[in-house]
Design a protein around this ligand. Structure first.
Ligand code: CO
Length: 442
């Protein structure tokens, strides 16, 4: 038994017609043994001859089951010259992989049950009947012998993307580059409406990225406007993806995509629902935070959880840095989860309402620190509010922004950078020299 090299998706041999097997000889025996060895070594559950460069009608498959999939197990099967005898009318979506497409998992719709006929390794006629995973593998391997690859059977999901802030950037980029998805439109807050809001930057990063990716963009100051509802209905989306949007979405909109709207929320829900989970987790000095994908419901951040990823905090990250990190984690989690959500392998799980906690809309005054505050609180505020409103202290009726600080190894609190009202950013040492005042905390 020798392990053979598995050809990857780009190899033309995968598209060459396969010959019937007529000689059940030693060479065939050897091919079969090598294919079984190759499948097992690569932890596959099926392998067709073209995948090892042999254009002949034979495949092998086997699944011993694992902890989660005990019932899905099926025996080692060797099928020569197989054809379909019959299949069920019932079809189902399932996520598939293939040893010729490492790392790729896509949603494919196939009959639930199938019966194949063919010959065994000695040339005796046999029939193989499978359901669930077994049926799927039998059909996938038979496809290989007919020069059909799983990507040919890919289901395209039509998506609307709803977002404004930076949290959704990596998700939008990944979705736009994945051939399983077609982004019908990117719905974002109108740049005009953003300029009028005091507490936010006037830029719209999602708008900029969508334009760069040549996607259709719809700007709106109110997504629930009847005209917008009409427009979104016309798209007939399968799924919505929402992140960092900044507007409340009405139940009417939530009902439009057939599979609902998945929201990327930067906390481990039901902890920290609401608008400032990232600032809150830093301010609380948490050791762990994360990202949740939820099915958006009409109650804020209370929808069923599709999946979550935990992230360990170092205790030195600013809100801006943490947000970028959670955005990256959330985008991979999203791309890994959508096929399983659509195939119903991942079902949204209700949140435990009794453990829900809430975060508030941050106001400018939240940045205020006083000399009676502990150094710990000041240091956390500087990191939590770095984007807006910033931590500041009032000295002699002047506002001093605290830009950066840290704790020494011996526990001493050190302010690094400040920005006095109407002046440029400066080192704390320069500030003390110029203003003849020291900032001390409890
Ligand atoms: Co395959």
């Amino acid at each position: 038994m020798t392990e053979r090299k598995i050809l990857q998706s780009v190899e033309p041999i995968l598209r060459d017609p396969c010959e019937e097997i007529v000689d059940f000889d030693f060479e065939l025996e050897q091919l079969i043994d090598d294919m079984i060895e190759t499948m097992r070594k690569n932890k596959g559950i099926g392998l067709a001859a073209p995948q090892v460069g042999v254009s002949k009608k034979i495949f092998v498959c086997e699944f011993e089951g694992d902890k989660e999939n005990k019932l899905a197990r099926f025996p080692l099967t060797v099928l020569v010259n197989p054809e379909i005898k019959n299949f069920s009318k019932n079809q189902r979506f399932m996520v598939e992989g293939c040893l010729s497409f490492p790392g790729i998992e896509i949603l494919v719709k196939r009959p639930k049950e199938v019966t194949l006929k063919g010959e065994d390794r000695h040339g005796n006629e046999i029939e193989v009947k499978g359901n669930k995973l077994y049926a799927r593998v039998l059909q996938h391997e038979l496809d290989h012998l007919n020069q059909t690859l799983m990507v040919d059977r890919m289901q395209e999901s039509k998506i609307i993307f709803i977002g404004t802030g930076t949290l959704g950037l990596p998700a939008l980029e990944l979705l736009s580059k994945d051939k399983q998805y077609k982004i019908l439109s990117v719905i974002t807050s109108s740049r005009k409406s953003l300029k009028n809001r005091k507490n936010t930057i006037s830029e719209n990063p999602i708008y900029d990225l969508a334009k760069k990716l040549n996607l259709s963009v719809t700007e709106t100051s109110n997504i629930n406007d009847p005209e917008m509802v009409k427009k979104i209905k016309k798209y007939k989306p399968d799924l919505g993806v929402m992140a960092d949007f900044g507007q409340i979405v009405s139940p009417e909109i939530l009902k439009i995509p057939k599979k609902g709207i998945i929201n990327i929320h930067p906390s481990l829900l039901p902890k920290y629902r609401g608008s400032s989970p990232i600032q809150q987790t830093i301010f609380e000095g948490d050791a762990v935070t994360g990202v949740s994908l939820i099915l958006t419901s009409d109650k804020m951040d209370a929808g069923g959880i599709i999946s979550q990823a935990k992230v360990r905090l170092s205790g030195t990250e600013t809100a801006t840095i943490l947000k970028n990190h959670l955005a990256e984690i959330g985008s991979t989690l999203l791309l890994n989860s959508i096929p399983y959500y659509l195939s119903k392998d991942l079902k949204p799980e209700l949140q435990n309402e009794s453990t829900a906690t809430y975060t508030k809309m941050i106001k400018k005054e939240d940045g205020l620190v006083e000399q009676s505050n502990s150094a710990e609180v000041v240091e956390r505020k500087i990191r939590a509010y770095d984007n807006w409103p910033g931590a500041y202290i009032i000295v002699n009726n002047k506002r001093i922004q605290l830009i950066a600080s840290h704790f020494e190894e011996n526990g001493d609190f050190v302010i690094d950078l400040v920005k006095p009202e109407g002046r440029k950013q400066m080192s704390y040492a320069d500030f003390v020299r110029g203003y003849k005042v020291k900032l001390t905390f409890e």
